[in-house]
Design a binder for this molecule. Sequence first.
Ligand code: FES
Length: 149
Amino acid sequence: MVLDDLYQEILLDHYKNPRNRGVLEQPDVHLDAKNPFCGDEITIDFTFDGNRIKDIRFQGEGCVISQASVSLLTESVKGKTIEEAQAVVEQFTKLIKGEIDALDPELEELMAMQGVSAYPTRVKCALLAWNTLKKALSDYKQKDKVNHA
Ligand code: FES
C-alpha cells in the first residue's frame, strides 16, 4: 500500500506541476487528442532534429489520469529517436492494458500509472495522449521517408 501511495503522489505531482507544459512556436507536428466520452482534451507540439524528438510541449484539460499521463509522456520521449519513442509507447500501452507488469528500469516513473490497468473504463483515459502519439510518430516517419526518397 505504501507503494500505491507513492504512485498516487507521483500522479498528483504531475497533475499539479505538469512537465513540458506550453506550446512551441513552430512545431513540426501538432497533435489534438480528445476523449469524447469524458471531454478531456490534450494538444501536443513536437519539434524534431532529424530522427530525434528535440522538444515537446503540451496543453490540456481534464482528469488527473489523462493529464498526469501526458506529462509523464513528454518526459519519457523527449530526446528520444522515433524508434525509441515508439518502443516506449508500446511498453506503456501493454502495461496499461495489463499485458505486462514491469517496464524497462529507465521507465520506472511510468509505473505510477499501472494501477489504471485494474479499471478498464479508465484505460482509454490513460492512453489518450499515447494513442495519438503512436499515430503521429508513424505518420512522421512515413512523411520523413517520402521527403528523403
Ligand atoms: Fe479523463 Fe477519461 S476521465 S480522459
